[in-house]
Design a protein around this ligand. Structure first.
Ligand code: FES
Length: 148
């Protein structure tokens, strides 16, 4: 907890943005576990419900342990109408997991997203912060193969 203690000390001394605190905590801990949120709550005197409310609202603030690669399959209208269901089906089969799950080796987590801002090039996904557009079955298989 040494790095987290340093972070808490930094935020004890000044006004702060809760989102920034939680983003920095994710960088240190990887995700916001109940234990971590409780620790922050007790040390910064922030209600646990408030911390959890913010953490669970934003998809970039994971509250469960995720894989090295977080794959977000866009399920917005443009992607949905242009094959996102097929992309998701391929991913589920290749990774042998369902939405919200992480592979046993801890490498991949599969999630859905409402829109990732690439509606002109559907279907699209994000893997961590990188966007992949105009996907088809073969392209997605190649991407996963390279990451395995
Ligand atoms: S609907 Fe998929 S990127 Fe917008």
């Amino acid at each position: 907890m040494k790095k987290l203690d340093s972070l808490i000390l930094k935020y004890k001394k000044r006004e702060f943005n809760l989102l920034t605190l939680l983003e920095e905590t994710v960088k240190i801990k990887g995700y916001l576990s109940f234990k971590t949120l409780t620790y922050i709550s007790e040390n910064l005197k922030i209600p646990l419900a408030k911390l959890y409310g913010v953490a669970s609202f934003y998809s970039f603030l994971p509250t469960v342990k995720t894989g090295k690669y977080i794959i977000r399959v866009c399920n917005g209208p443009s992607c949905y109408l242009n094959g996102s269901r097929e992309i998701l089906k391929v991913l589920k089969k290749e990774l042998k997991i369902d939405l919200g799950q992480t592979t046993k080796d801890g490498k991949f987590t599969l999630e859905s997203a409402s829109c990732i801002g690439c509606c002109d090039s559907p279907p699209a996904i994000m893997i961590n912060n990188k966007v992949y557009k105009n996907l088809d079955k073969n392209k997605i298989k190649d991407i996963i193969k390279k990451l395995k």
